[in-house]
Design a protein. Sequence first.
Length: 187
Amino acid sequence: MSDHNAAITQILNEWTDLSSDEKNNIIKMLYPELKKIASIQLRKNQRELTQSTTEVVNEAYIKMMDQNGIWKNRAHFFAISATVMRRVIVDLTRKKLALKHGEGIEHLQLEEVEIPVPFNYHNWIMLDDAINELNKINPVLTRVVEMKVILGMSIDESSEVLGISRSTTSRHWQFSKAWLADYLTLH
């Protein structure tokens, strides 16, 4: 684990013992990490997602603070970050669609669905529905998808954060891609 990652883990482990000023300083330190994640997602999907990086990060920050900031470790922080980022992007997309005078959700006929990495999917609401269904099968599969799709992590990085073997992470990713492709083709 790099010194930076070890520092984040140490800080998150001590979170509950910190004063409000110390927590604010730590959030300032973690803010660029969240901004980087949001920037990557927005850049990869810039045609479909018109939100600003700051808007996404601020929304994610508020939602993460609603979790009372009790993170067990770095892996837990990134797992929550990935889930929160996905939810923020979906919520902002829904809000944008609602503002288009009832335009509604676009249903596409997909002949072949690929889930590339870096991920570039234009219908975040449909993807969110698919990920929620996948979560019913196995929440770990959802975490792998979030690590790969939302955070843009490699198999090795995802494996480390999730605390599972590289081969298991790879199998979960392969299964999840196939399952999501099937789900998105049928819905």
